[in-house]
Design a protein around this ligand. Sequence first.
Ligand code: ADP
Ligand code: GLC
Length: 497
Amino acid sequence: MPVDTALRILFVSSEAYPLIKTGGLGDVAGSLPRALLDLQLDVRLIMPAYATALGQLGETKILAQFSEGADTITLREGQLPDNPLKVWLVDAPGYFDRPGNPYLDSNGQPWVDNAERFALFSRIVTRLALNQAGLNWAPDIVHCNDWQTGLVPALLALSAQRPATIFTLHNLAYQGLFPAHYLQQLGLPASWWSHHVLEFHGQLSFIKGGLVFADRINTVSPRYALEIQTAEFGNGLDGLLRHRSAVLNGILNGIDTEEWNPATDPLLEKHYSINDLSGKQVNKQTLQTMLGLPQKPDAPLIGLISRLVTQKGIDIILDAIPNLVKLPLQLVLLGSGDRVFETRLAALAKQYPNKLAVRIGYDETLAHCIEAGADMYLMPSRFEPCGLNQMYSLRYGTVPIVRDVGGLADTVTDTSAKTLIKGTANGFIIGTDASLALLKTVKRALRRYRDKTQWRQLQTTGMQQDFSWQSSAREYLTLYQRAQQTNPKPAPGSNAE
Ligand code: ADP
Ligand code: GLC
């Protein structure tokens, strides 16, 4: 149990696995707070009480009830099985009690009231952070994640005494931009309508709340932290990020090494480990059967699990498929997202049923089966703040083929004569975002695949790497301590006061 003097962290996220997840943020919010608890910090995870999340959590206890404007808010506390982390849920039924995706409606469009939903969430978090909800618990640090929580550092900056704030950027492409009238509608200070504050080319930007006001900003890999300060990757915010570079750094995400462990993964047909990879072959056969592909133990199988969006280079894969299927390989793709990509992929799968299997949708079990059953993993992202699947792949002996960007560049070392001798080779790097470059790199990987000893070396190098949260959680602790040291007036009731 954390001791009383432990640093208190309010970890704020719009999703967290296993309660609700749309991508890597869910994985991170589901595992980093737990790693921080293990460092003896006093951590609470706070998120909206979506119908799905409440359903997953089961029984909750009511911690507080209060009004916020015309709304009545219930703050619930729950706990996940076998997890000591306390989860706080902001229950505001008009905003969050709806089925499906936390951000999108059933047509794949953003919920029309997203500005109101995440502004309300941010107001409640701010209130709790200032110990104004009768809980007698004030955090030293409020750790916000992505645009949905961007207003929190801004709102907290309005208080003379407040906890220190951290803003973690998981993806600069999603900024929470809304029409200008929302500034007034959400009751935000008129002085914030300036490009120095929340205005972004005539729109209200939630992400700028975090980027302008947080005491410290970090992103999820060292490489992405540098990239976002350039015009190429900065999404129009590189100037602001350069301006704040003194308080900006990159901390590589960890992965949940219990959830993603081929030696114990309950979702696999057969377990395997670095010492005995024979089980991987069984998982490959199962995957081929499950997806209706020919049983070919020797055909290299390439997997992909992804949100189907331009970021992930899905269009590059689509262009490459007619040539890829001419090679002696099989391709397995699982994903959902852009309807155009979904339709084109499904059509290609019909055209090449012996080569390409496509599953449209979200399927956690199949995701694990692909990581275990594939020989290679394809991730030709145009940009990738961190990326988790390449790390899951390395752990599962599935050799990643990736672009040289963001967290992919920080975790994957291209295979060459030199890196093989050094023992650092663990994957393949695609040089550019052209489909021809992808094709060439896949061919290069296939040549190496034929040399079983070399291939085994690549697998072993990847499986030996340590992607657990341990060292990254310690880096977050240092970040918190720095933020706390520079916060002039800690909140009343916090340990730092
Ligand atoms: P991003 O957050 O940009 O989507 P990451 O690589 O950080 O990319 O994390 C993606 C996470 O979401 C991984 O855990 C991946 O397995 C999961 N995921 C993405 N799409 C699907 C899907 N269709 N079915 C199951 N899991 C998925
Ligand atoms: C984002 C990024 C991804 C990252 C994840 C978790 O969704 O696109 O690269 O791994 O957040 O930080």
